[in-house]
Design a protein around this ligand. Structure first.
Ligand code: KG4
Ligand code: ZN
Length: 335
């Protein structure tokens, strides 16, 4: 069975091909047009998707060594995401399915991130999953794949959004996460301390907007020259606050739900300090950590195709009448 996945929910145009359960190609085009604006400009994102969708799909198909006529199923992201961006990939995928007379499978982007952990390995359930991206920070208990129980989510900014806003404020460009990750490697994470909010809130929710405010306050009180000349230490401190908040809530969740497998996915899961601290925590607790390779943490169509395979085997195809749902939530246990 050959499955084509298409992802266009934000600023990556991506297509991937699976042959049965093996990933055979994954092409990701990251839009650079947003860099000068310090964040994604929705209208520019949809236009860039329109320009790139055909070349990206063509490349994924040819790298897989197949032709479009060989594809058996197409999966595409339905939501959450930017409506104009979602519509490009979704309409493209549905039109191809109609023309080729093959099944279409619509997928949830957050669930697809969770499935990025299943591309190269099998994972036992129950498991805990932390999804950390530019738009979402969510902690789920997974009794079995396809069934999710939301334990906590951010009350304001997502973890990636906090890093992106900090980077934008300091004029370091977009996306902020990889820039901060790189510069922070040269810094001392303990020299400057930034807030770790809600650690004693008694629930498993997160909050990151205080970090950004505290960076602005720090900048105002210390002055630009001081900030510029101490950038690695400051960014290491900011990154440490984000990472500690994530790992601490994961620890609290694991105390309540002592599962043997923990999944961490989404763009921020590419962060080197987070990966290091998670590995340490999981080793100490005797838990298996499942963190995809860096290339599969940020948005990609491989995870979309992987989830489409699972959903097709379980529920069959989705109707072609399905439309983009920008605020789509992951299906909860009992829904
Ligand atoms: O999953 P993703 O590609 O898109 C969304 O679904 O949002 O995540 C993008 C986010 C951005 O906020 C970006 O700054 C962050 O992931 N990110 C990182 C790193 N690479 C990407 N954050 C920290 N460290 C990284 N190495
Ligand atoms: Zn994503």
């Amino acid at each position: 069975m050959l499955v084509l996945g298409i992802e266009t929910s934000c600023d990556e145009t991506s297509a991937a091909v699976f042959r049965d359960k093996m990933l055979v190609s994954n092409i990701v085009y990251s839009q650079s047009v947003h860099r000068e604006y310090g964040g994604v400009v929705p209208e520019l994102a949809s236009r860039a998707h329109i320009r790139r969708i055909i070349p990206v799909v063509d490349e994924a198909i040819s790298e897989a060594g197949v032709s479009l006529a060989d594809i058996d199923i197409i999966g595409a992201t339905v939501g959450p995401g930017l409506v104009g961006s979602l519509l490009v990939g979704l309409t493209f995928a549905k039109t191809l399915c109609f023309a080729l007379d093959i099944p279409f499978v619509g997928v949830n982007h957050i669930e697809a991130h969770i499935f990025s952990s299943l591309i190269y390995e099998d994972i036992l359930t129950p498991a805990l999953a932390l999804v950390v991206s530019g738009g979402h920070t969510e902690l789920h208990l997974i009794p079995e794949f396809g069934v999710y129980h939301l334990l906590g989510r951010t009350r304001d900014d997502a973890a990636g959004e906090c890093l992106d806003k900090t980077s934008k404020f300091l004029g370091l460009g977009y996306p902020g996460g990889p820039v901060i990750d790189k510069i922070a490697r040269e810094g001392d994470p303990n020299r400057f301390s930034f807030p770790r909010a809600m650690l004693e809130s008694g629930d498993l929710d997160f909050s990151f907007s205080g970090i950004k405010t505290s960076v602005i306050d720090f900048f105002t009180s210390s002055g630009e020259d001081f900030v510029r000349s101490n950038l690695p230490d400051i960014l290491a401190g900011v990154q440490e606050a984000v990472v500690d908040s994530l790992v601490e809530k994961l620890k609290q969740a694991h105390k309540i739900y002592p599962v043997s497998d923990i999944i961490v996915v989404g763009g921020v899961a590419a962060n080197s300090r987070l990966r290091e601290k998670l590995a340490h925590f999981c080793e100490r607790r005797g838990v298996k950590a499942h963190i995809p390779p860096v290339s599969l943490c940020t948005d990609n169509a491989a995870m979309v195709a992987r989830l489409a395979i699972f959903l097709f085997e379980r529920n069959g195809s989705s109707p072609l009448s399905i439309s983009a749902v920008p605020g789509l939530d992951i299906i909860q246990k009992g829904d």
